[in-house]
Design a protein around this ligand. Structure first.
Ligand code: 6XA
Ligand code: ZN
Length: 347
């Protein structure tokens, strides 16, 4: 397994997110990836590689040019509004809900921040673009390594995460959709059929939306039921894809409190669908916020269960790219995430 760790992830270090009615310190912190890398130091799994820079064209295979332009320039615009803004994060607070225009880009910065986002939990900071772009480089490099046959598997160990980000929106701590970038890069490198399996606690709404009308990339997500769990407005079982993509999206929502035995039944269902799709490459959106100790999620997986997940994924015998998504029990996160990778290597 090749390991691509984002060398610039600490540049994205938000101060506050809006959470249950107040501004609280961000859950999505640099310490998360630091713990994963520390665990990889104790328990070496895979071989480290440096990712080459990602070409803008690779980002545009997934994201809208005007969205990329906005993200890249947003911090400078924010500070240009008022030099005092340099000590704050840019947090959106107004959005174009149903019936509002999306085609006209407003001049006002706050209005554009809202146009390109969907929550107030995802602060844009001085280093957000640099960190997200370097993370995307890890995902694309991981896909290229696997596609070239240099390795059976590769992991993009990165933050900010990606699976909530769509073609032209950020949210849920995500800016660039690393799993989607990897899936698209695998297609562009010759894989005819790709499957994305999202095992994060939260529905991968960004990834679903990006491939919803396509038959070449199957999207499957196992997650907390959106009736009660974030991102709330997508992720139901009746979302099956549209047009050519009909039948190529599978959502497996589970109730809060789900334990591993039941979660694993959903994983087997997901993997059966991947086999039916005749995928020749697999992307795993790997969140470990399914952990019983996670502070913002409500499944009950234990640390040892992540070894089993890794083995179950390895049994697919597919070229596999992992992208790191959620997980906020910071201390346990390193063990849990590396358990998946080690289980995969054993499987
Ligand atoms: C609401 C919670 C965002 C969930 C982020 C996450 N601010 N997604 O872990 O996978
Ligand atoms: Zn999550």
């Amino acid at each position: 397994m090749l390991i691509y760790a984002n060398p610039h992830h600490t540049l994205h270090d938000g101060r506050h997110e809006m959470f249950r009615g107040r501004l609280v310190p961000c859950h999505e912190t640099p310490a998360r990836l630091d713990h994963v890398l520390a665990e990889l130091g104790r328990r070496p799994v895979g071989e480290r590689r440096e990712p080459p820079p990602v070409p803008r064209a690779a980002l545009e295979r997934v994201h809208a040019p005007r969205y990329l332009d906005f993200l890249q320039g947003a911090w400078d615009e924010w500070v240009a509004l008022d030099p005092a803004n340099a000590a704050l994060d840019a947090l959106p607070s107004t959005w174009p809900v149903r019936g509002f225009r999306h085609d006209v880009e407003p001049e006002n910065f706050a209005a554009r921040l809202g146009l390109y986002s969907y929550d107030a939990g995802t602060p844009l900071t001085a280093g957000t673009w640099a960190a997200a772009e370097a993370g995307a480089a890890c995902a694309v490099a991981a896909a290229h390594g696997v596609a070239a046959g240099a390795t059976r598997s590769a992991a993009a160990l990165t933050r900010p995460p990606g699976h909530h980000a769509g073609a032209d929106f950020f949210g849920g701590y995500c800016f660039l959709n690393n799993a989607a970038l990897a899936a698209q890069a695998l297609r562009d490198q010759g894989a005819q059929k790709v499957a994305v399996v999202d095992v994060d606690y939260h529905h991968g709404n960004g990834t679903q939306s990006l491939f919803y009308d396509r038959a070449d990339v199957l999207t499957v997500s196992i997650h907390g039921d959106p009736r009660t769990e974030y991102p709330f407005y997508l992720g139901h079982a009746d979302e099956r894809g549209e047009g050519e993509g009909f039948g190529h999206n599978l959502n497996l929502p589970l109730p809060a409190g789900t334990v591993f035995a039941d979660w694993r039944v959903a994983l087997q269902q997901a993997l059966k669908r991947v086999t039916e799709h005749r995928a020749d490459a697999l992307v795993v959106a790997l969140g470990v916020d399914t952990y019983e100790g996670d502070p913002i999620s409500r499944f009950r997986l234990a640390s040892a269960d992540y070894l089993t997940i890794g083995r179950d994924l390895a049994a697919m015998r597919l070229p596999t790219v992992f992208t790191m998504e959620g997980g906020y029990a910071v201390e346990a996160m390193g063990v849990n995430l590396v358990n998946v990778l080690e289980g995969f290597e054993q499987g």
